[in-house]
Design a binder for this molecule. Structure first.
Ligand SMILES: [Zn+2]
Length: 181
């Protein structure tokens, strides 16, 4: 069974947000087109308390129950079966969707007999990478859809380096066109 994991496609990571990925919103139509090809679609949300040590490293973003934490308005969120909330505590954690505290993502996927996980969303060099690497460690055949991700690129090559690192670890990098219905 295949599943699609949509990582953090939230307002604060899109243009106009407090921690915007440049052109982050370009992944939205690609992801909308992908969701209908999967029986199982799950998503993560960065979901921080307003006071957290995480904001010593990053500008405040995705604070629980704020506009910035909502999915991008054009994301076809009704196709998402379940949302997993991460970064919910006063810790610098929650880069990987598998660190979600609202529910156990690994268990939820394995309960649905998922063995192939396709990862997309934001941002390539942080939460997408962390989620894909965790998925691989947890035994999923892991794919990252390269035209459905975008990078923060604090250094200009961060996204490219993250892709190379994922590939070296055994994660398959694919294009959305290669994802069969
Ligand atoms: Zn965060």
């Amino acid at each position: 069974m295949r599943a699609l994991l949509v990582v953090d496609v939230q307002n604060d990571f899109c243009p106009g947000g407090s921690l915007a990925v440049s052109n982050g919103d370009r992944v939205v139509p690609v992801i909308n087109g992908l969701m209908e090809r999967f029986d199982v679609v799950v998503a993560s949300k960065d979901w921080h308390p307003s006071d957290t040590v995480h904001f010593k490293k990053w500008p405040p973003h995705c604070v629980q129950n704020t506009k910035g934490a909502e999915f991008h308005p054009n994301l076809d969120a009704k196709r998402i079966d379940k949302v997993f909330l991460k970064g919910t505590k006063n810790k610098d954690d929650g880069y990987s969707a598998f660190e979600a505290t609202s529910d156990d993502l690994d268990r939820a996927l394995k309960d649905k007999k998922v063995d192939e996980l396709y990862v997309c969303g934001l941002a390539t060099d942080y939460c997408v990478r962390a989620s894909a690497v965790d998925a691989l460690k947890k035994g999923f055949h892991t794919f990252v859809i390269v035209d459905a991700i975008a990078a923060v690129n604090i250094k200009p090559d961060d996204g490219a380096l993250a892709q190379e690192e994922m590939r070296k670890q055994g994660i398959m990098l694919v294009s959305s066109q290669d994802v069969k219905p």
